[in-house]
Design a protein. Structure first.
Length: 254
């Protein structure tokens, strides 16, 4: 069976930003110090990934054949049937997303949106959103784990290193499944939007107050632990907490 072009450049670029961004944000949040200088960056990375996701949603409606959500909107029965057949060694091969991968993708997209909303709510001073944000974060870890397990199962069962297809864009499939082209211009435009947003977001970042403004809409977010500072009007409280931490640090050093 020939290797044909299945994934266009916009899909591959999004996959890279989504996977890399979530990994980076998770490492900063889970392995770093909540009061450390890197902690606010996990929120800004998350916002950038969210913008990329919104563009992916648009491309999922108007994009190429296998990028469109309609091409992998499988029901629960299709997932059960696919998983059962695959474990028996009789799993059907799909040119685009298989039912298992499709549900994992939709779950991760939904969780990313929930993480964004809860994160912004927390950064605006509503500390009640912290627990929900953490629940969504661990649910995302579980969804990613399920997705990686599915990739491993497909690789072993079908003897195809499917992860490479998100790099090359090509998979073993019937020639009739091939898309028309990689859509490089669309990928460049979408990448430009994400990069422009990221540059504007990081340019607005105030490291002393740990705040940043969301580009275009101009909402100020407090990016410290628990959303200290509470957006607009919360700078005095945040400054007091920062001075207290600095005082404790100086005392410890003495």
């Amino acid at each position: 069976m020939p290797r044909v072009l299945i994934w266009d450049l916009p899909v591959r670029a999004f996959h890279l930003v989504f996977a890399g961004g979530i990994a980076a944000a998770a490492c900063i949040a889970l392995l770093g110090d909540d009061d450390g200088p890197l902690f606010p960056h996990h929120a800004m990375i998350g916002l950038t990934v969210a913008v990329a996701l919104l563009l992916r949603i648009a491309w999922g409606v108007a994009g190429s054949r296998h990028a469109r959500f309609a091409s992998f909107a499988y029901g629960p029965r299709a997932v059960i049937r696919y998983m059962t057949d695959t474990l028996r060694g009789k799993g059907q091969r799909f040119a685009g997303h298989n039912p298992g991968a499709a549900h994992a993708a939709f779950a991760m997209y939904a969780l990313m949106l929930l993480l964004t909303v809860s994160g912004i709510t927390l950064a605006l001073g509503n500390r009640d959103a912290k627990d929900a944000h953490e629940v969504f974060a661990y649910a995302m870890v579980a969804a990613i784990g399920a997705h990686l397990a599915g990739l491993a199962l497909h690789t072993v069962t079908h003897r195809e290193f499917i992860a490479a297809s998100m790099v090359t864009g090509r998979k073993e499939a019937d020639a009739s499944e091939a898309i028309k082209g990689p859509y490089p211009l669309v990928a460049a435009i979408l990448a430009g939007i994400v990069v422009t947003f990221a540059v504007a977001l990081w340019s607005s970042y105030d490291s002393a107050a740990a705040t940043a403004r969301i580009p275009v809409i101009g909402v100020q977010l407090a990016l410290g632990e628990d959303g200290e500072g509470g957006g607009e009007g919360g700078g005095d409280e945040h400054e007091g907490r920062r001075r207290s931490r600095d005082h404790r640090r100086d005392r410890d050093e003495d």
